[in-house]
Design a protein around this ligand. Structure first.
Ligand SMILES: Nc1ncnc2c1ncn2[C@@H]1O[C@H](COP(=O)(O)OP(=O)(O)OP(=O)(O)O)[C@@H](O)[C@H]1O
Ligand SMILES: [Mg+2]
Length: 231
């Protein structure tokens, strides 16, 4: 059960961007994916969502093969995605960003899930009628996370949610992830090791498209991880 990735390969033309990636996550708890700029973290997440096609390998969720499903079907199977750079709909209002996501995922009680997301990020309620593009970076990041949550994910995939966000909002986002990890499977790409370790159960380190370290957050060797993260 949970997410299982087996020998996943992906090429951009002749460039081999993901090399035999294998690891598993549980149905609950947080796995941090770390690695230097260009290591392949975003490529891995986009491949898991089905936005980029794998060259070979298996992706299964709760023992079901999802590698054959297009992105919207993966969302219906429980995958929620918070992309790097947020990618909210700039010309829609904050409210519309959430309503569209809930409708696309065909959630049964959209008002209820939207109210839950607003309770986690109160600024969304305050900005409800504003255009997404008029929000600050940190507000957009909260909207992007909320937009993934209103699809009622069982697996929440977050790509550097604290990147370029002011410290007070970073702590809000950290608190929300800490709350959610008790009931969801979370795959978190994060560049700050101390935060990643404090919030994660498992850590996966990528270097040049390969898994170079993988282990329980409590046993992982700090120095070894830091060696793979430093430039
Ligand atoms: N669309 C693309 N076409 C060709 N090569 C790409 C493409 N996107 C990414 N790459 C290359 O694939 C490698 C992995 O990039 P990726 O964006 O996955 O890294 P990352 O670990 O997310 O980096 P960052 O920490 O900067 O976000 C890099 O060498 C990058 O230049
Ligand atoms: Mg990236």
């Amino acid at each position: 059960m949970g997410l299982t990735i087996e020998k996943l390969n992906l090429h951009y033309g002749s460039s081999h961007a993901l090399k035999n990636i294998s690891f598993q996550t549980a149905t609950k708890g947080c796995t941090a994916v770390m690695g230097r700029n260009g290591a392949g973290k975003t490529t891995l997440l986009r491949c898991l969502m089905g936005v980029l096609p794998a060259t070979s390998g298996k992706i299964s969720w709760n023992d079901q093969d999802v590698a054959i499903l297009p992105p919207f079907r993966r969302v219906r199977e429980g995958f929620g995605y918070v992309p790097q750079g947020r990618e909210i709909f700039a010309n829609l209002t904050v409210g519309q960003n959430l309503e569209i996501a809930a409708a696309a995922a065909k959630v049964e009680e959209p008002e209820e899930v939207i109210a839950e997301a607003v309770a986690l990020f109160p600024v969304i309620g305050e900005m409800w009628k504003r255009r997404g593009g008029d929000l600050s970076g940190g507000q957009q990041q909260q909207l992007s996370i909320a937009r993934a949550l209103v699809t009622r994910p069982e697996l929440l995939i977050l790509d550097e949610p604290t990147e370029g966000v002011q410290p007070s909002i970073v702590s809000r986002i950290e608190d929300v992830i800490a709350q959610l990890r008790g009931r969801l499977s979370i795959l978190l790409v994060e560049q700050y090791f101390d935060f990643a370790r404090s919030i994660s159960d498992h850590v996966v380190v990528l270097s040049r498209g390969e898994v170079v370290l993988h282990g329980a957050a409590s046993d992982i060797n700090d120095e070894a991880v830091k060696r793979h993260l430093s430039i």
